[in-house]
Design a protein around this ligand. Structure first.
Ligand SMILES: [Zn+2]
Length: 509
């Protein structure tokens, strides 16, 4: 559907908060670029995302022709612990100021994550949407796109006219989701009619690594979600339906998976939401996953890797910087060295100090380093001491080419590739989830030719590394993104919520 002549305010405020992570997101974390652009404001926002797999890019592409887009602030920070009150209030003040300056408009679009917890609010997005709603009044359509890892709250559903979430993990459809949000918003503006809403909650948390939509049971459930959208029954037409599998390491009562449906009638919305919720409830036993110890995973990989087969990929999920880890734990790295693994590589280790020292020593030099484990993200872990050969030094600037980060200009700061025995490690000066081959390849190493590859990622790596991997093992090694959710010290979940699929209910003895 192409619509023209509208004035649409567009902005975004993205954060995925792991309340158990070590570091908070302050204003500087939102202001600077990471794997996504720096804070954007003003006309520049409308061109800053061109060609990127980011929701606002897809929205702008779908909506810019013939319409006037009015830029609000857009920003994101790498997942971490709480957003500081200072950062939240400063960014919201900008957003409301920009909204006031935009003057009259027909609708507002926001690019949100949906799992933000601030120092002062459990439900960051509920607060954002409520403040925007208060500013624009009850009648102007307010549509937000969300990450698949949103912990959708009743307040969010109440304040927004529509919440539209990704359907893939790895998130290869972020821009596409922005475009779907645009279509939905066009329909709301042109019809002038409100849509009925329905929300259903699941009673169990799904571990991140089991949420992958390339594997069952999520693949089939998302198939049903796609089919349900646009479905017309005797009750009416379903205009949008989303299933958010949730971001589990978040100690708030409304943590967990949710289905949200929009339709012409209450009955049609309820029927659609119920159908997906029922399918997800039936799938609960299949969402359980196998976790490997670092020792067993490395031993298995050494025994089974073979030239030409493609690497055995070990997912260092607990230290995933995309889920609140600092990307600097060395549990699996130590194990690779201890077991004398050959043709192995770990990427990407966050350690600016070691990267600087290695860069200063120069390519070909040997340096004694205490590598990683400097941020205290995994209590009891110590830096890995050893003599490393400096194989390559880069400025960490390159274009990502895989289906997840594709099109993004990465900026990892001074980056080095080091070698100790048969084990190599890519060390960067900024945190980055290893989900794109270029993160390794730009240092002159071809990931496909490795026997063993360790990635600091939970699932996103599967988009680019999955096709070349001969096997994928999910490993439980130090880091704050606890893979076995039963081990997290939750205190505030709602009573009865099962912390693992088929596990015990929270607060029920
Ligand atoms: Zn996500």
């Amino acid at each position: 559907m192409e619509q023209t002549g509208m004035r649409i305010a567009v902005g975004g405020f993205q954060h995925e908060t792991n309340t158990f992570a070590p570091t908070k997101a302050d204003y500087a974390a939102f202001e600077q670029a990471d794997s996504w652009p720096a804070l954007q404001r003003g006309e520049g926002l409308l061109s800053a995302f061109k060609g990127m797999n980011v929701p606002i890019a897809g929205f702008i592409d779908a909506a810019s022709s013939g319409n006037t887009l009015l830029p609000l602030v857009w920003c994101s920070a790498t997942p971490s612990a709480y957003v500081t009150e200072d950062a939240f209030e400063r960014i919201m003040a900008m957003m409301l100021e920009d909204l006031a300056a935009a003057g009259g408009f027909d609708a507002v679009y926001l690019d949100l994550h949906g799992a933000m917890v601030t120092e002062h609010f459990d439900d960051g997005e509920g607060e954002i949407l409520a403040r925007i709603r208060a500013a624009i009044g009850p009648r102007v359509p307010l549509v937000a796109s969300l990450d698949l890892h949103a912990n959708v709250t009743a307040r969010m559903v109440g304040e927004a006219d529509a919440l539209i979430a990704y359907r893939t993990y790895p998130h290869v459809d972020m821009a596409e989701t922005g475009a779907r949000a645009a279509e939905h918003l066009f329909r709301l503006v042109t019809s002038g009619a409100r849509q009925a809403k329905a929300m259903r909650r699941l009673d169990y948390l799904i571990p991140l690594t089991a949420q992958c939509t390339l594997i069952e049971p999520a693949a089939s459930i998302y198939g049903l979600v796609s089919e349900a959208e646009g479905h017309v029954s005797g009750n009416g037409r379903v205009s949008s339906i989303s299933f958010t599998t949730g971001f589990p390491p978040v100690d708030i009562p409304e943590c967990g998976p949710v289905v949200v449906a929009y339709a012409d009638t209450e009955a049609a919305a309820a029927e659609a939401a119920q159908r997906i919720a029922d399918a997800a409830r039936e799938a609960e036993p299949d969402f359980r996953e196998k976790l490997w110890s670092a020792r067993d995973a490395v031993a298995h990989a050494i025994a089974h890797s073979a030239p030409g087969r493609g690497p055995i990929v070990l997912a260092d999920t607990q230290d995933n910087p995309g889920a609140g880890g600092n990307g600097d734990t060395v549990g699996i790295l130590s194990e690779l060295i201890a077991q004398d693994a050959q043709n192995a590589c770990l990427a990407v280790l966050f350690d600016p100090e070691s990267a600087a020292r290695a860069a200063e020593a120069g390519e070909g030099a040997r340096v004694v380093l205490a590598l990683g484990a400097k941020t205290g993200g995994a209590p009891g872990e110590h830096p890995l001491e050893g003599e490393f050969e400096v194989m390559r030094i880069t400025d960490g600037e390159f274009l990502a080419t895989g289906p997840f980060y594709g099109g993004s200009r990465m900026s990892l700061g001074t980056t080095v590739r080091l070698r100790i025995g048969g084990v190599q490690v890519v060390v960067a000066s900024r945190k980055g989830q290893c989900a794109d081959k270029e993160m390794i390849r730009h240092t002159g190493l071809e990931p496909r030719e490795l026997g063993i590859l360790v990635v600091k990622s939970s699932v996103h790596f599967r988009a680019d590394f999955g096709p070349m991997a001969s096997e994928v093992l999910v490993v439980e090694s130090p880091g704050p993104n606890t893979a076995d959710l039963a081990k997290l010290p939750f205190t505030r979940l709602r009573k009865g919520l099962r912390v693992t699929p088929m596990g015990a209910g929270f607060g029920v003895s």
